[in-house]
Every structure is written in structure tokens, then in C-alpha cells.
Ligand binder design. Structure first.
Ligand code: PMP
Length: 369
């Protein structure tokens, strides 16, 4: 009984007041949230200690891997579904249809289960069985279809649209060009970062898939700071956006690729279009730097991050160096490494991508698969 009392909230508060050696904070928040959808967002903003020390800046990462579906895309999933509800396109018992192979599908699956909608997912059949299995066990109906280009009517996005059109009370959420995606970040990610830094933020940077996170967060931070906060796109190899920005608006053909998943783009989406001019610049981050940062974040910060998060952290470090000592730079930790571990920490995979030598000697101990 004594030990139960010792771990009660009152005892923890008292211990905290006495200067307990534990850094675990006692939550003073009252009450509970109503269902999974209200558990999305309000993620911690983590100061990356070693990188902050190294740069003499505050390098901060928004812990989006803490969302119920494990990624930043839970926010967009919730907003596109609630936008369809508000517009009367989706009524009780309805069906959500989306073309996605990744985190958006997982976010939608959680949101749809929680709200009682059916979910249908179309994806290119080049995606792993693991992703298909996960979506199916989260309750989605999954159609892997031939991986053909966007201008082919059989492309998975068009199939998703036609499927929704063929049903009554169904919506194609269309994450790339549905601006409810960006609005999620205007209304939640941006304000959270502004509040968590108390407005003491000098720059923001992140990569784009749909562009929702970058555009929405940038739009809010620029508004809140009267344009003072700078914003930079972080782009992987194979994406056209970095060269689009550097060339002042020339769209090149997409060529090459990257180890990162969920980011990189061949066009300017409707989510990005109106806000791309708000950006102060862009950075291209190599796969070598990204994979090294996956390992560094694990070793130095205890953070188990996917490749897009690691790319964002490299970008935040480079932006911090550009901004100068004492500056505060925020980025997005999009998801964890859980779904990618068999690649990111595998010797054979690293060798197949010519990235084995990008891992410094003292971090080789993490190549365990
Ligand atoms: N990282 C990962 C792992 C993702 O799945 C996505 C979404 N495709 C992003 C980053 C990019 O987010 P957004 O779609 O908001 O640009």
C-alpha cells in the first residue's frame, strides 16, 4: 500500500517540488479527450540537445510520431474527413476512398474506424505486403493496382476517384490537392509551434509529400510573426521542388530517387501552390546525410526516426548554421523508424544503396539486421 501511495500523483507532485531526480513531468491537465480523434495533435516539441549544442542554436523537433497513427498525417486525415462531413459529402455509414501507400492511409484508417466510416484504399502494387496487411487489419478494403503514371486513367488516384464517384455517400479525400490537408497545419501544427516556442522561433523547415505540412505551418507562422519567421523547403534527391524554387519557377522532369519515403514531389500540388512564394529558400539533402542522421538521432537523442524525419533534422541543422548562433529552428519529426527498420538498419540494404560508408565507425553498432 505504501508503494502505491508513493507513486500517486500527489506524491509525484511533491517529489517534483522537492527537486526529484526524475525528469518525467506530472501532467496537471484536467480530464480526458473524447475518442481517438481528439488525441491527434498537441505533440511535444523536443529540443535536440546534441545538435543544439553543436550549432549554438535551439534545434527543435515536433514529435509527430506520437500521434495515434504514428505520423504527422493523422492531422490531415482528420481534417479531410471532417471537411467532407461539414460539406455534407459524408454522412453516417459513408465511405472514404483514398489513393495512398503510406501514412495517410494509416491515419485515415484510425479516423474512419473511430467515426464509423468504411475506408477503401488504392495503392500501386509495388508496395510491400506489410503495408497492405497493416491497412487491412486496421479495417480498410485495399486494392493494389498496376503502378502506372498519373496521366494513365488506371493510375491508383484515378481509380480511387472513380470508386468514390460510383458510390452514394462516399468521398475521395484526394490528399494532394484537397486544401483541407493544408488547413490542418494552419489550424493545429502552426499554432502549437508558435505557442510552444512562445513566439521565439526564427525559422521553420520541412520536406514535402503533399506539401500540406510545409505550406500550412509556414502560412500560420508567417502570419503570427508578421513575416519575421523564415521558412525553407527541405527536398530529397529526385524531387523537382528544390530546382523549381532555385530556378525561380522552372519545372524539371523528375529523375533519380531517394531512400526517403513519403516525401519528394514531381509537381506543385494545390496544397503547396499558393504558399510556395512565401518560402525563403530551399535545401537539397543527400541520402548520405539523411541516413547518418537516422543513426545519430538514435545514438545521441534516443530518437528512433524514419528517414524523412532525419532529412528534416539535417535541414534544421543547416538552417540553424545559416541563421547564426542563438537562433531557434523548428522541424517536423514525421514518423518513427518502425515500418522501415528492415531497411534502415540492414547491412545488405545499406550496401545495395551504396550507403554503408555513410555510417560513421562509432555508429556501426546499430547495423544489426
Ligand atoms: N514524411 C512521411 C514519412 C510521410 O508519409 C509524409 C506524407 N506523405 C511526409 C513526410 C510529408 O508530409 P506532407 O504530405 O504534409 O507534405
Amino acid at each position: 500500500r505504501q508503494s502505491i501511495r508513493r507513486f500517486g500523483t500527489t506524491a509525484l507532485r511533491a517529489a517534483a517540488a522537492e527537486g526529484s531526480p526524475y525528469t518525467l513531468r506530472v501532467s496537471t491537465a484536467q480530464g480526458s479527450v473524447n475518442g481517438l480523434t481528439e488525441a491527434i495533435g498537441n505533440t511535444p516539441l523536443i529540443r535536440l540537445k546534441r545538435l543544439s549544442e553543436e550549432t549554438g542554436c535551439n534545434v527543435l523537433g515536433k514529435a509527430e510520431f506520437q500521434n495515434p497513427g504514428g505520423s504527422v498525417k493523422d492531422r490531415a486525415a482528420l481534417f479531410v474527413v471532417e471537411d467532407a462531413e461539414k460539406k455534407g459529402l459524408l454522412r453516417p455509414g459513408g465511405t472514404v476512398v483514398e489513393g495512398t501507400a503510406g501514412n495517410t492511409g494509416i491515419g485515415l484508417a484510425h479516423v474512419c474506424r473511430s467515426k464509423g466510416y468504411k475506408l477503401v484504399i488504392y495503392m500501386p502494387n509495388t508496395q510491400s505486403q506489410g503495408k497492405i496487411d497493416l491497412l487491412r487489419l486496421l479495417g480498410a478494403e485495399v486494392y493494389p493496382v498496376p503502378a502506372v503514371a498519373f496521366d494513365n486513367p488506371q493510375n491508383y488516384n484515378h481509380q480511387a476517384r472513380r470508386h468514390a464517384e460510383s458510390l452514394d455517400n462516399a468521398v475521395w479525400t484526394n490528399q494532394f490537392d484537397n486544401v483541407a490537408n493544408r488547413q490542418a497545419h494552419v489550424e493545429t501544427t502552426g499554432p502549437e509551434i508558435w505557442a510552444q516556442t512562445g513566439g521565439k522561433i526564427d525559422a521553420f523547415t520541412c520536406a514535402t509529400g503533399t506539401g500540406g505540412t510545409l505550406a500550412g505551418t509556414t502560412r500560420y507562422l508567417k502570419q503570427a510573426s508578421d513575416g519575421r519567421v523564415k521558412s525553407f523547403l527541405a527536398d530529397p534527391p529526385g524531387s523537382v521542388l528544390h530546382s523549381f524554387i532555385q530556378s525561380g519557377g522552372k519545372l524539371a522532369e523528375r529523375s533519380g530517387g531517394s531512400i526517403t519515403e513519403g516525401i519528394g514531389q514531381g509537381r506543385v500540388t494545390d496544397n503547396l501552390q499558393p504558399d510556395i512564394d512565401l518560402l525563403d529558400g530551399s535545401l537539397n539533402i543527400s541520402d548520405e546525410k539523411t541516413i547518418e542522421m537516422v543513426y545519430r538521432c538514435l545514438d545521441e537523442e534516443g530518437l528512433y526516426l524514419g528517414a524523412s524525419s532525419a532529412l528534416n533534422v539535417v535541414a534544421a541543422k543547416e538552417v540553424a548554421e545559416k541563421m547564426g548562433k542563438g537562433s531557434t529552428v523548428v522541424t517536423i519529426l514525421c514518423d518513427g523508424a518502425y515500418r522501415y527498420a528492415d531497411r534502415l538498419f540492414s547491412k545488405t540494404w545499406l550496401e545495395s544503396k551504396n550507403l554503408r560508408s555513410a555510417i560513421p565507425k562509432h555508429l556501426e553498432k546499430y547495423i544489426v539486421l
